[in-house]
Design a protein. Structure first.
Length: 315
């Protein structure tokens, strides 16, 4: 699921786009931010549906083999058991999943070769042949083959990665979140009663997280000139054009959190933006950002502008 670091990444990407755009309508970028978050959920449902489609494909494969004049011994082994896999059946009965498949218009019919290629890799594997012989049909036992398909085939396929890159602009960043959401789904689907099995939540608490990212984006934009002056005062020995735009945006976001988010501890804010700089900026940016933010924090603290309450009081 999307944690606060992932959400900060989303805000940073949106703020970067805003900074480069001539269009300065905040509402449009706020909408783009929420679309970026929603895209993660779409990626998640597309992946679950791909697992569903692979399971269903065994029926077509069986029909093809049944048409043979002289079926081989292997043809007799390759049954349609995967199509009635207990995990897959529970997924197909999940109302939330079915609603989201419809809402996102999910269908792998645009490239049937994707599903066919996954099954082609699966059907000759030892783990699949063992699965077909396994008598235990509990959801706990039946999840293992679905985990194998996801981890060892889907996530290692260059062709599937290319499809996701084309369909989801932030795939390279979001695939880590996708893996966590699928892992959470395997954990959540533990009951033989399908009604008790739940999809993974997009975030731990969307009501709070929605407010967090919206406010972080708006304040980082609204007070950008003020925050830039704070940064400039502490970087007088640096030429303005030598400071990376990404570094400036990371510091503006950090300052916004320090001032406007009383429930977020100071150390959490500083550490988060140092870590983000390691992902999105230059090799030495984390040291630079850390030093500048420490100086700005000292000034803000003296001015009484860093007011933390609740969990934010915990350093």
């Amino acid at each position: 699921m999307l944690n606060r670091r992932h959400l900060r990444m989303k805000v940073l990407q949106t703020l970067y786009a805003f900074s480069l755009s001539e269009d300065k309508h905040i509402k449009e970028f706020e909408k783009a931010l929420f679309n970026s978050v929603e895209e993660v959920n779409q990626m998640y449902i597309w992946t679950l549906n791909l697992l569903d489609e692979v399971a269903e494909y065994v029926v077509l494969d069986a029909e093809s083999r049944a048409a043979k004049f002289l079926p081989t011994e292997k043809d007799k082994i390759l049954t349609t058991k995967l199509n009635s896999n207990t995990f897959i059946e529970s997924l197909r009965q999940n109302r939330n999943y079915l609603e989201l498949v419809k809402r996102y218009n999910v269908s792998w019919g645009f490239d049937p070769e994707i599903v066919r290629s996954i099954f082609a890799q699966l059907k000759d594997s030892e783990i699949y042949l063992d699965y077909l012989q396994m008598e235990d049909r509990s959801i706990h036992a039946e999840k293992d083959i679905i985990k194998h398909i996801f981890k060892k085939i889907i996530m290692k396929s260059v062709d599937i990665e290319q499809v996701f890159e084309e369909k989801f602009i932030n795939w390279s960043v979001d695939k880590e979140v996708l893996q966590a959401m699928i892992a959470k789904t395997f954990k959540n689907f533990s009951s033989e009663n399908a009604a008790q099995n739940k999809l993974a939540n997009l975030t731990p608490s969307w009501d709070e997280d929605e407010e967090f990212i919206a406010e972080l984006l708006k304040t980082a934009i609204r007070y950008s000139e003020e925050y830039q002056e704070m940064i400039a005062a502490k970087t007088k020995n640096w030429e303005a054009d030598r400071i990376a735009l990404m570094d400036i945006l990371l510091m503006r976001m950090a300052i916004s959190e320090l001032i406007n988010f009383p429930s977020i501890p100071v150390k959490v804010t500083i550490n988060e933006y140092i870590e983000l700089s390691k992902i999105f900026s230059t090799q030495k940016s984390n040291t630079f950002i850390n030093g500048i933010l420490d100086k700005i924090l000292a000034d803000l603290t003296k001015q009484g502008r860093v007011r933390k309450v609740g969990r934010g009081l915990k350093e």
